[in-house]
Design a protein around this ligand. Sequence first.
Ligand SMILES: [Zn+2]
Length: 151
Amino acid sequence: MKFLLENNLRRLSKWLTFMGYDAEVLGGSVRTREVMSRFDRIFVTTSRRWFDTLSKKGLKVVLVPRESWEDQLCALIKQLGIKPSLELNRCPFCGRALVRAGEDLVKSRVPPKALETAKDFTYCANCDHLFWKGLHYERMKSMLESALSRC
Ligand SMILES: [Zn+2]
């Protein structure tokens, strides 16, 4: 399942990326031709008007609430049955698939203090970013849990 999201849905897009989904955000305002050319993606919008217009053209469109990524995520779960688990297998900056980071890379790039608690090191070859599950991972898990409790 691949997504194309309206520009005001950046936060939702990040969470979709955390869950392992291919999610792209429109650079600017919605233009019919641009969205139609990405017909392989599910378009996510907060606008009833765009929902109606693009649905009529045969595009797969999902309408989500205007406020709060939590409610928006709940809408996607209800309408599409997406699986809300933290996969963390895509780069949050560029969306590329992450690979397991080699030991040398980890040793040279991760601060010694972080190494004590960090695990599951991954790497984005496109952005040259190294990621790991540390303290922020627990925080993300509880953020997601509290979001899901609203669904
Ligand atoms: Zn990247």
